[in-house]
Ligand binder design. Structure first.
Ligand code: PR8
Length: 467
């Protein structure tokens, strides 16, 4: 792809994912095809969360005084909050915010719910729309003002270790989720100046988009006792004492879909893993004047076998040229296309075309078709994941001086790893001089000196141009 941004906007329109002509900046309409992808992606995450979390649904509006209670949190969001000031013609005594995220909606209720140590841990999640008046350049799915599929989880624990372990569990859930989608990631601890407002620390998942810029696709925050103290969330210990709880929260958005589209897509359009593709297979009959009925009957037979086996399969019997149909289904990213014409039928074969490699395979109509499809699908999923992960790994480079960083980032983008002391002043200098963002650090043993200030390096750190 020469121009990713242009490709991305075109494909969203052509594949009918969203309509970005809605007349409010940063707010878009999900179209039926996009909505299906969204639904399948969401179902994967819900299945993972449902194992240990309860799903809830809180109101969209947050009263001004609750939002304002946690000073650091509100400071972090003050420029992004949309306010409701009127009910009809009447000015409200108390303004209400459209949730930018739901800590301040949920935690006053948690204070009522949490009583005893036996109530803990509590683990909730909700899937809602949140609103952020983003001032940076908005882009469909990537940076929006109405985040339509905000999947936010909030947990409450009696101990610090409980919260720390939850951070690890949440990271594992997200790893599994992204692995299923074949989206590669780098996990780092964000620098202090970039953590979630009110958090003790933030762990983030970044992926690399085709233009070489990173996109933050999920975050996991350890909130410590900050919100517990603000919202008076306490529990009674077995000894009858009252203690503040420890909390975590973590979330992701439709950026997952943006990365799914960008990372697997190519010049022919979308390329979807079968787990989330609205149609997993399309059957295209190749009909000439003679033999049309037999071909149609054979196609219908394949269709019904695959439907019975639970696949999302579509028989495209429109009166259009086969080539036009191929183009359309390739563009929509359908993992497998089955072509069948009179010659294939007389050879007792069908042609299977896999979208990821465009390879054609002849499959005998006398073989077990379901087994063949299963094999091909796992091979596609495996290949997509491997290709994406190798590509991202190949774009992480180690650099040991600032001049090379500048050159490397300007020419090749991607992610740069370096040895860092971890000091805020030093980090901000690097960001300013190299015109990059420090993504964060990995806390593994590192020997040597910080490449900027020369003092003892504490971390392996990463930087990139970011969205
Ligand atoms: C929290 N509270 O809110 P977070 N457009 C698209 N995606 C976005 C946008 C946007 N404008 N802003 C953020 N995201 C915590 C955790 C409850 C859940 C995505 O955390 O502010 C980013 O991928 O870090 C981000 O990592 C995720 O939502 C969670 O938002």
């Amino acid at each position: 792809m020469t121009d990713f941004s242009e490709w991305f906007h075109n494909i969203l329109e052509e594949a009918e994912i969203i309509d970005s002509r809605y007349p409010i900046k940063g707010m878009h309409v999900w179209l039926p095809n996009g909505f299906k992808i969204r639904k399948y992606v969401l179902n994967i995450l819900k299945d993972l969360l449902d194992k240990e979390h309860e799903e809830v649904l809180f109101p969209l509006l947050v009263p001004e005084d609750e939002l304002a209670k946690e000073a650091i949190h509100v400071k972090g969001f003050e420029e992004e909050v949309y306010w409701i000031t009127h009910g009809g013609l009447t000015e409200l005594n108390k303004k209400m915010a459209l949730r930018p995220t739901s800590e301040t909606a949920m935690y006053p209720m948690f204070a009522l719910w949490v009583r005893s140590h036996t109530d803990l841990p509590m683990k909730f999640y909700q899937v809602v729309n949140t609103f952020r008046y983003e001032t940076k350049h908005t882009r469909p799915l990537i940076r929006v003002r109405e985040i339509t599929t905000f999947k936010e989880a909030h947990t409450v624990h009696s101990t610090k270790e409980g919260a720390e372990n939850q951070v690890k569990d949440a990271i594992n859930i997200y790893k599994e989720f992204f692995d299923i989608l074949g989206i590669p990631y780098l996990i780092t601890k964000r620098p202090v100046w970039d953590k979630f407002p009110g958090a003790e620390y933030t762990m983030a998942f970044d992926t690399l988009m085709p233009d070489g810029k990173t996109l933050q696709i999920a975050t996991v925050h350890n909130l410590g006792q900050t919100f517990a103290k603000t919202f008076e969330i306490t529990y009674e210990t077995p000894e009858g004492e009252h203690e503040y709880v420890y909390q975590t929260c973590y979330g992701l958005s439709d950026r997952v879909i943006a990365s799914l589209i960008g990372i697997h897509g190519d010049e022919s359009g979308l390329c979807l893993p079968n787990e989330v593709s609205p149609y997993q297979l399309v059957i295209v009959p190749i009909i000439f004047k003679k033999g049309g009925e037999e071909v149609m009957a054979a196609c219908k037979d394949i269709e019904s076998k695959l439907k019975d086996a639970g696949f999302r399969v579509h028989l495209d019997d429109r009166d259009l040229r086969a080539g036009k149909k191929f183009y359309e289904w390739e563009m929509r990213g359908v993992p497998i296309r089955i072509e069948l014409g009179p010659r294939d039928l007389s050879n007792k074969n069908a042609v299977f075309v896999r979208r990821d490699t465009m390879e054609k395979v002849n499959i005998s109509l006398e073989d077990d078709i379901v087994e063949n499809v299963n094999e091909l699908m796992s091979s596609i999923t495996f290949n997509l994941r491997k290709k994406a992960s190798e590509k991202m790994k190949g774009q992480i480079r180690e650099v040991d001086n600032l001049e090379d960083v500048k050159e490397s980032i300007e020419n090749e983008r991607g992610i740069i790893s370096f040895a860092w002391c971890g000091e805020e002043n030093c980090g901000k200098e690097i960001e300013e001089q190299a015109n990059v963002d420090i993504l964060g650090v990995q806390e593994e043993e590192i020997n040597g000196k910080c490449f900027q200030c020369g003092s003892e390096a504490k971390f392996k750190a990463f930087m990139a141009k970011t969205y």
